[in-house]
Design a protein around this ligand. Structure first.
Ligand SMILES: [Zn+2]
Length: 399
């Protein structure tokens, strides 16, 4: 299933030096390349790897804070940061492994000051770590932005070819307007990318509109909350919305006018519906955003707000939530994420010239909606092998 073209029966993908050099019928590809080593996956479907457009690696299963309200959850998370230090690296390795075994080939990861970059870089996945910075821990907005720019330059040294580092302006309630604006301008000047969390919770909407509520209680607000506009309008006013930016969530309080702003500015969106459900943050208007031409990808978020790092499982949830077809879901999980991150020339479909980022999914049964069957299989533990840039980094079939 190349995604960019109709499914093929008895198809083949020819890989050379990490790139796809042919996609077609096995018989034709085999005849034209007689000396090539062939690996057969009978009763399996080859699809592009999952592109996770918003994830956090540094959380572990089982002991997530309660999702009662977003601010209670976040308050507990902040309280437990000192305890978390002891196990963040192990959690990041485990989460990366889980993601790979669920067919992820590219991950956009966000972590404080890029702390999970080593685990992403070692995992074998391609991806980008977006380093979150918290200006109140650093100094003036100028000092804070200088410091995170220097940090990201340092993170970029010695990385594998397909692993990168960028900046995340964490959220409207943790980063002040001036630091946000400066980070947006500096990154744009340098041709860097940006990740943000935006319009995630009812409390974020309240924080920005009136400067009150659970988030204002935690972050001492009123300093810059209470500006009387929606999170989307606020983010636009501090210049965060641009084609280079990926905004996660857009779950609560996204009006039709906000959707127009998102579409006009060209910002991309990462949809994390299971995290939104766990934290009672509402339902992102994804079909309306897609209809407005907004680039949407899928994100698992992290294990403290989401049950797994399986992006296909996340996507199946979205398909059920929004009444989408299996084909639309598979596209969201692969090409959609690649477009949202601006890497669609490199990955996201099975097309000649792109990296060979492939997933082999066990799909012996047939049903009416073939794409839906493949998505369900991949969501339900059916990923048999994961290949990144031609390297088989996971293969439970042994073939
Ligand atoms: Zn997040």
């Amino acid at each position: 299933m190349p995604i960019s073209s109709p499914p093929l029966q008895d198809g083949a993908v020819l890989v050379r030096e990490g790139r796809i050099v042919a996609v077609g019928d096995l018989a034709d590809v085999g005849r034209e390349n007689p000396d090539t080593e062939v690996r057969f996956f009978p009763n399996n479907t080859i699809i592009p790897g999952a592109v996770n457009a918003h994830a956090h690696l540094g959380f572990r299963r089982k002991d997530a804070p309660e999702g009662a309200t977003f601010s209670e959850w976040l308050g507990t998370l902040i309280e437990r940061l000192p305890e978390k230090e002891a196990w963040t690296a192990q959690a990041a390795s485990d989460c990366a492994r889980d993601a790979i075994e669920a067919g992820t080939t590219y991950m956009a990861e966000s972590s404080p000051y890029g702390e999970c970059l080593p685990q992403l870089a070692e995992s074998g996945m391609a991806g980008t770590v977006y380093a979150e910075f918290f200006p109140h821990e650093i100094g003036t907005p100028e000092e804070a932005v200088d410091s995170i720019v220097a940090k990201v330059r340092e993170l970029r040294e010695g990385l594998p070819e397909r692993v990168g580092a960028q900046i995340s302006v964490h959220s409207p309630y943790t980063v002040d307007p001036e630091s946000s604006r400066l980070a947006a301008r500096r990154t744009r000047e340098m041709g860097w990318k940006l990740a943000i969390h935006l319009s995630e919770s009812p409390e974020e909407v309240e924080f920005l509109k009136s400067g009150t509520g659970g988030l204002a209680d935690i972050f001492g607000a009123n300093e810059w909350g209470g500006v009387g506009v929606s999170p989307v309008r606020y983010a636009q006013s501090v210049e965060l919305l641009a084609p280079e930016t990926i905004a996660a969530h857009l779950a609560t309080g996204v009006s039709e006018e906000d959707i127009e702003v998102l579409a006009q500015t060209g910002v991309a969106v990462a949809h994390c519906p299971r995290s939104n459900a766990y934290l009672r943050c509402g339902f992102s208007p994804v079909p309306a955003m897609i209809a407005s031409g907004i680039r949407v990808g899928m994100g698992t978020d992290g294990l403290w707000s989401s049950p797994s790092m399986n992006l296909f499982e996340e996507t199946l949830f979205a398909v059920q939530l929004h009444g989408m077809s299996g084909a639309a879901g598979l596209e969201l999980a692969t090409l959609g994420g690649a477009r949202a991150l601006g890497i669609e020339a490199e990955t996201g479909t099975l097309e000649v010239g792109k990296w060979a980022d492939l997933v082999v999914v066990e799909t012996s049964q047939e049903n009416g909606d073939t794409e839906r069957a493949v998505l369900e299989a991949a969501a339900g533990g059916g990923v048999a092998a994961t290949i990144v840039g031609g390297d088989m980094i996971y293969n439970r079939l042994g073939t």
